[in-house]
Design a protein around this ligand. Structure first.
Ligand code: HEC
Ligand code: HEC
Ligand code: HEC
Ligand code: HEC
Ligand code: HEC
Ligand code: HEC
Length: 496
């Protein structure tokens, strides 16, 4: 260099251009390293690519742009007659220079390596369940706890809430920024309002794992119940749910639940929670259109209302955050032996306590109430049981406290009532939002509420009375309530 003829235009030899070139060089190294890391890393993170292929390249370009900017400045300096900038001379034959160069190059490489590893880890972290579920601990506690007890406990939050691709990454970061603000300034709602309006369409997230073509056949579920009598009488339903209707089969013959995603069902809800649905339109694959309106709202005019096309979330609105209703949790704990069925009236008492707890304001209050009420109940009403079954009573308290901690979050006002589950029709209207027999078309067709279109009851009863029939039985209610179960939806009594 120096006295030799310079290869590039003189004006490129200045500090600004040199800095630009260094920046571009380092960023380039980081990009290469990240691409390599991404290739060997087993955990695939949806928006990692954005950093590598969009954000960092922007800095690379900035670095490259700085080079001509430096050159222009240098040119102007010279026009004004100023002395040309001299870059330091490096002579690799000079041991001191050699050492400096080696030091500089090594330091840059190490810096680049650690920066890439650091960024990579940082990205993995913002994608992680820990970040989403635990960083704003109190706010996300209900979702996080319920999620850990759900079938999706191993699916990460971002797989459902963001999914793949740049557009939703950016959208989620924008709404995420607002969420951070609302947490910092205590502006968030309790409970967090659902349905989430800007949730990514379910078909772009759920269907990455669940293939609609694979919905076929029937799914057997066995539901165990204990009645609220002294003996906690056991009662069971064995059901075949018709979960078919996927795109992969000809389902002309059999009535099937996933018919709704293979055909087009649209609806209008008049409330925020999408629980009241006065207008429904179905367009089947052959193009037949039917419009249904709730009895008494025949004049309902769909114009000007938001029409929503049904997707997974309209039924599976609680795939990961399931705040279970008390019957279900207590029955399961009793069946598993966590709450002993030898304790008289334990089902009734447990139901009463959980119902009362919904009004409590802190988790601590609830925990204490469970303990005190169960103790005093047996002490007063069943002194002998209290004496002899201390262990069972303690286990029952613990069992009920676990149920409470996993499903009730007083601080965030989150529980089964605040988040009605749309699958089924017992703890909430669910399917009966449309299938209540009250949605009628102009040709007097109804959206069916025939018990057998969705499932077959193949077994029901307690030990003494049991019916079995693989072709389906007529439902028998465990308590005698006449024909009332035919007249009103189960939820009208059971969600009381
Ligand atoms: C299997 C998919 C799935 C996973 C995994 C998942 N969610 Fe959700 N989440 C949903 C759906 C669907 C909704 C929307 C419910 C609605 O709109 O009614 C939701 C709603 C929420 C809500 C709104 C409040 C509520 O309870 O409905 C929060 C907050 C939330 N999720 C946080 C999280 C966090 C934190 C994680 C990880 C620990 C997570 N989610 C994992 C599917 C998922
Ligand atoms: C990353 C993959 C993944 C995504 C995304 C995902 N799921 Fe799942 N889902 C699973 C796995 C795995 C299971 C099986 C869990 C098991 O059997 O223990 C499952 C189970 C289920 C079940 C059966 C639950 C049961 O009680 O047996 C339903 C229903 C379901 N998912 C619905 C959804 C919906 C709705 C969405 C979108 C909001 C979704 N899933 C998104 C992986 C996923
Ligand atoms: C009309 C309401 C409805 C819609 C829409 C719907 N599902 Fe379902 N799905 C159900 C019901 C009901 C069941 C059975 C309930 C149960 O397992 O407790 C079920 C069961 C499932 C299961 C478990 C199947 C098995 O064999 O165990 C998966 C997985 C599932 N749904 C995924 C989806 C996905 C993904 C979508 C969207 C593409 C979707 N569902 C749309 C109502 C619906
Ligand atoms: C938004 C309204 C709506 C909701 C909510 C809804 N459905 Fe439907 N469903 C319909 C309509 C509309 C039809 C078609 C009726 C017709 O064309 O006669 C239908 C049809 C069906 C069929 C018969 C499909 C066939 O093969 O002929 C089944 C089974 C079914 N639904 C199950 C369910 C279940 C289970 C749920 C709750 C998890 C549910 N539906 C929730 C609107 C709804
Ligand atoms: C539109 C669909 C649909 C109709 C109509 C329907 N059910 Fe269901 N039912 C369901 C679904 C879905 C579930 C499963 C919910 C779950 O997985 O928790 C269910 C669950 C049940 C259960 C089991 C509940 C438990 O916890 O033991 C019984 C019993 C039942 N239904 C009875 C009936 C009777 C009786 C009728 C007629 C009056 C009826 N159903 C009509 C969809 C329907
Ligand atoms: C008129 C109100 C009413 C209607 C409607 C009703 N039930 Fe019940 N149900 C009761 C009462 C009261 C009990 C008794 C509580 C007990 O002993 O556990 C009960 C108990 C039960 C139990 C056992 C208790 C438990 O906690 O597990 C089941 C299961 C049940 N009902 C299912 C249904 C189903 C399914 C429907 C709809 C097809 C329905 N009920 C409709 C009032 C009703």
């Amino acid at each position: 260099m120096g006295e030799q003829k310079r290869k590039y235009s003189e004006s490129f030899y200045n500090f600004i251009s040199l800095a630009g070139a260094t920046l571009a060089g380092v960023i380039f190294c980081i990009i290469i390293l990240l691409v390599l890391l991404d290739a060997v890393s087993p955990s695939e993170t949806p928006y990692f690519g954005i950093l590598t292929y969009i954000i960092l390249p922007v800095f690379l370009i900035i670095g490259l742009l700085i080079i001509p900017i430096g050159a222009l400045r240098e040119q102007r300096r010279r026009h004004r007659g100023l002395k040309a900038q001299r870059l330091p001379k490096v002579d690799l034959n000079n041991p001191q220079h050699m050492r400096s160069v080696i030091f500089f190059v090594t330091a840059t490489c190490i810096l680049a390596l650690f920066t890439s590893l650091g960024t990579y880890r940082a990205f993995e972290f913002t994608e992680s369940v820990t970040f989403c579920g635990q960083v704003c601990h109190d706010v996300m506690k209900p979702e996080f706890v319920a999620y850990q007890n759900s079938p999706h406990a191993r699916v990460s939050c971002v797989d459902c809430h963001v999914g793949h691709g740049a557009e939703w990454y950016v959208r989620s970061k924008l709404s995420g920024a607002y969420q951070v603000y609302s947490v910092l300034f205590n502006k968030f709602e309790r409970p967090i309002a659902t349905p989430i309006r800007n949730l990514r369409p379910a078909r772009e997230t759920c269907e990455k794992c669940h293939w609609p073509e694979k919905f076929y056949g029937k799914k057997q579920v066995n539901r165990i119940h204990f009645l609220e009598d002294e003996e906690n009488t056991r009662w069971a339903y064995n059901l075949l749910l018709r979960v078919g209707g996927g795109t992969g089969q000809d389902q002309a013959k059999e009535s099937s639940i996933h018919w709704h995603i293979n055909n087009n069902v649209e609806y209008i809800a008049t409330d925020m929670r999408r629980q009241e649905i006065p207008w429904v339109r179905s367009i089947d694959k052959n193009g037949n259109v039917k419009e249904f309106r709730t009895v008494g709202m025949e004049d309902f005019n769909p114009d000007g209302n938001e029409i929503r096309r049904m997707d997974c979330i309209d039924c599976h609105n609680r795939p990961a955050h399931i705040y279970q209703y008390p019957q279900f949790t207590i029955n399961s704990a009793m069946e598993l032996g966590r709450i002993s069925i030898d304790l008289p009236e334990i089902k009734l008492k447990a139901m009463e306590i959980l119902a009362a707890i919904e009004a409590d304001t802190t988790t601590e209050q609830g925990m204490t109430r469970i303990k005190e009420e169960i103790y005093s109940f047996y002490e007063e009403d069943y002194p002998e049981v209290f004496e002899e079954n201390q262990l069972e009573i303690e286990a029952a308290i613990e069992g009920l406290q676990t149920i409470f901690q996993n499903n009730y979050f007083p601080e965030m006002k989150a529980n089964w009532r605040a988040y009605p589950n749309n699958i089924g029709h017992i703890s909430a209207p669910g399917c009966y939002r449309c299938h209540d027999g009250q949605h009628v078309s102009e040709n007097d067709e109804i959206i069916s509420n025939d018990c057998n279109i969705c499932h077959l009851i193949i077994e029901q009863g307690n030990g003494e009375f049991t019916q079995t029939d693989l072709n389906g039985l007529e439902f028998k209610h465990p308590e005698d309530i006449d024909e009332e179960w035919k007249e009103e939806g189960c939820y009208s009594c059971h969600a009381e």
